[in-house]
Design a protein around this ligand. Structure first.
Ligand code: GLN
Length: 283
């Protein structure tokens, strides 16, 4: 079978099984087996693949049909133009979370930000993207999961920022040794009743998705920890889910009545990032 034939066949099978982006997924899995780039794959379109490669490829297609995400099968996921190692101990970074990075970089350009903390870092994608774009900033990244912190450390080393990101084990802001200028958090915010709708539920850690009955349990817990962790004039950036804008902004407004609160929608028009900025002078 040629590369072209294998791709056509795999795309048909993935399509028939309602897998999103079937052609792209087939290419990624075949490239993983052939250890080749996209351009080379196309240049070699009419080359035969060996029976051994063929067998391996169909093995991966079977795993994908079984619901396993491509990112776990290949161990790679791109985020903010960077390649991250992922495994089932961490959530697979979502494209919409790039908005958190964009917003954080925008904020850091408009006011002095010398320290940032990322809460629930998982594979480290957000903290590392920030570190690479803010070479002078000190970054803390926390997670309760020891397995996730191992993955984050691996990615910090891969991107040469292990000495710039301080990884801390613990619950949200608790392990932070000092107040910071900016807190960035993509906490679990999926409502418990909606968890079964997440197609990767059987593979991704539910700890990273489950936000309790209304999805906001973790966000509220962050509120109980924030005192003394955010500098005057500092900002908090939170990722939220669909229809959570009102509840989340009301919660933070009640906690910090004098803070400035802003909501930004993602590319699909869904309110995605809540940003809160404390006044420089609390009085
Ligand atoms: N956006 C993710 C999803 O719907 C949820 C991420 C989260 O809970 N922080 O799959």
């Amino acid at each position: 079978m040629t590369i072209k034939q294998a791709l056509i066949r795999a795309t048909e099978i993935l399509t028939a099984n309602n897998i999103e982006d079937p052609r792209l997924e087939a290419e990624i899995l075949l490239r993983h087996i052939l250890k080749t780039g996209r351009v080379q794959l196309y240049l070699d379109f009419d080359q035969e693949i060996s029976p051994e490669q063929d067998e391996k490829f169909w093995g991966l297609i079977k795993r994908r049909l079984n619901g396993e995400p491509t990112a776990y099968i290949t161990g790679h996921r791109e985020f903010y133009g960077l390649d991250f190692y992922v495994d089932p101990s961490v959530l697979i970074p979502r494209p919409e979370s790039e908005l958190l990075v964009e917003k954080a970089l925008e904020l850091a350009q408009n006011r002095p930000v010398s320290t940032i903390a990322e809460v629930g870092t998982g594979c480290g994608a957000i903290a590392i993207s920030l570190a690479l774009n803010r070479p002078q900033t000190k970054i803390y990244a926390t997670d309760t999961s020891a397995a996730a912190l191992k993955v984050a450390l691996f990615n910090c080393q891969k991107h040469g920022v292990a000495n710039r990101i301080c990884l801390l084990a613990g619950d949200m802001l608790e392990p932070l040794p000092e107040p910071v200028d900016l807190i960035v958090a993509n906490l679990p915010y999926v409502r418990e009743s909606e968890l079964p709708q997440i197609s990767t539920l059987n593979f991704e850690p539910s700890l990273a998705l489950n936000g309790g009955a209304d999805g906001l349990e973790k966000i509220r817990r962050l509120g109980t920890q924030i005192s003394g962790k955010l500098c005057p004039g500092g900002s908090l950036l939170l990722e939220i889910g669909q229809k959570q804008r009102k509840a989340v902004t009301t919660f933070w407004h009640n906690l910090f009545p004098s803070a400035e609160i802003e909501v930004t929608a993602d590319l699909s028009g869904i309110d995605r990032v809540v940003s809160l900025t404390l006044p420089l002078n609390p009085f």
